[in-house]
Design a protein around this ligand. Sequence first.
Ligand SMILES: CC(C)(COP(=O)(O)OP(=O)(O)OC[C@H]1O[C@@H](n2cnc3c(N)ncnc32)[C@H](O)[C@@H]1OP(=O)(O)O)[C@@H](O)C(=O)NCCC(=O)NCCS
Length: 212
Amino acid sequence: MMTIHQLHKPGAAAALPDHADLTIKIVENEDERFKAMLVRAIVYMHEQLCPYSEEFDLNDHAATQIVGLTATGEPVLTARLRYFNGFAKIERLAIRKEYRGLGYAHRLLSFLLDLGRTKGFSHFYLHAQARLRGFYEGYGFRPVGSAFSFSDHDYIEMELSEQPQLVSPSMHIGSTPMVLNRPENSTQLLGPLEHGAFRSAKRIAATERSRG
Ligand SMILES: CC(C)(COP(=O)(O)OP(=O)(O)OC[C@H]1O[C@@H](n2cnc3c(N)ncnc32)[C@H](O)[C@@H]1OP(=O)(O)O)[C@@H](O)C(=O)NCCC(=O)NCCS
């Protein structure tokens, strides 16, 4: 299933037991949503002193929320992805201080890009804190527009344009119709409506048999 990434940094797990088996996934329920929002609050409100009104907004209901959890369910990281005409926007990337320097930001960004690609996006956009420009450039992002500030931090607009032909979305018009009905967290697997379709097919076959 594409929503699960396993820890890749050798040695980190041995030194910090609860860091083992980090799972990065789409938020699926209220508990995971709560954990994602807590990480955001800890990092932005507590650490970066941003007011609540600037960190949480209506867009939280329109976004795909991401959470990273240890094997014991401890919340580690979060981000959200929003979709526009022709591009996906990466937002609210945050990792709790005690889990930094372990490469989790690389895993989180890769997860977000893979998620967008699966949905057919080859164009990504974000507002990067200026100090992180090099991190995003490592993934092919380029600065666009001019620098600006909000919530007491300096930002630059950055975008990543990939060759559309290199992105082969599993979900597109023209794919098997039921593929587009699949839940966002398991687009590679048969969804409930596909199982439902098998059930309908069996019922139709049984009815036809009983008719004779
Ligand atoms: C930004 C953040 C997600 C990075 O987390 P992390 O655990 O340090 O990230 P990683 O260990 O995976 O390192 C990823 C890269 O981030 C960059 N990076 C991390 N902290 C940095 C800093 N303070 N200054 C410059 N670059 C930094 C490095 O380029 C690093 O690349 P490397 O592994 O090749 O050296 C984390 O510091 C955080 O949550 N900060 C507060 C919230 C925030 O600023 N979010 C970003 C908004 S654009």
